[in-house]
Write a protein that binds this ligand. Structure first.
Ligand code: ATP
Length: 202
């Protein structure tokens, strides 16, 4: 069984940056829930067919891809449609994450799930790492990276789980409100810990 380290954090907290460091420096393989969430609705997928059957071809772009903003509009205004969509896609995403994890060969695998708290997915991980930043830093990085207004960044942060809710599920915390150079030492230390825990559990 693969030893699975779950990684989560709020918008622009630095999950991708952290996961890349684990991969680049230690060869740890990454399974990314966001990538899988896109794969299960890719053109030709069962997921996309079901969505088209339910909502009609107006949720498709001309090139056959899912029109995400259209779908977002539909489910935003109707919680029962959101529930339908979650019931369709969540089991697929979960099954694909497990299948990808089973295929990894590094000493442990990193399972990146941005909405781990919101979707109660912490049980999929043996240990949970939370990338933690203060809200001011998080807003600043969201605005800079996504080129959005501060109010929009604030609305996204408010709609996500709170910093406290995420920290409550953390076994380990990576602090990322300082400059980038401070990340690698934290990651190196955690990597050593995960090797030890993984070996002890084998
Ligand atoms: P999301 O889930 O929103 O896609 P994320 O948690 O994966 O985001 P990243 O994309 O890794 O976050 O980082 C968000 C932004 O902040 C990026 O532009 C990244 O370059 C920057 N960033 C991350 N960590 C640091 C840091 N320590 N110092 C400066 N900038 C950083």
């Amino acid at each position: 069984m693969t030893f699975v380290v779950g990684l989560t954090g709020g918008i622009a907290s630095g999950k991708t940056t952290v996961a890349n460091l684990f991969h680049q420096h230690f060869g740890i393989e990454i399974v990314d829930a966001d990538v899988i969430a896109r794969e299960v609705v890719a053109p030709g997928s069962e997921g996309l067919k079901a969505i088209e059957n339910k909502f009609g071809s107006s949720v498709l772009l001309e090139d056959g891809n899912l029109d995400r903003s259209k779908l977002r509009e539909i489910i935003f205004s109707d919680p029962s449609q959101k529930a339908w969509l979650d019931q369709l896609l969540h089991p697929m995403i979960r099954a694909n994450m497990l299948a990808e994890l089973a295929n990894t060969t590094s000493e442990y695998a990193l399972l990146v799930i941005p909405l781990m708290v919101e979707n109660h997915l912490q049980q999929l991980a043996d240990k949970v790492v939370v990338v933690d930043v203060d809200e001011a830093t998080q807003l600043e990085r969201t605005v800079a990276r996504d080129n959005v207004a501060l109010e929009q960044a604030q609305a996204i942060v408010a709609a996500q789980a709170s910093r406290e809710q995420r920290l409550a599920i953390a076994d380990f915390v990576i602090k990322n409100d300082t400059e980038n150079q401070k990340l690698l030492p934290q990651i190196t230390e955690l990597h050593q810990k995960f090797l030890e825990i993984g070996r002890a559990n084998r």
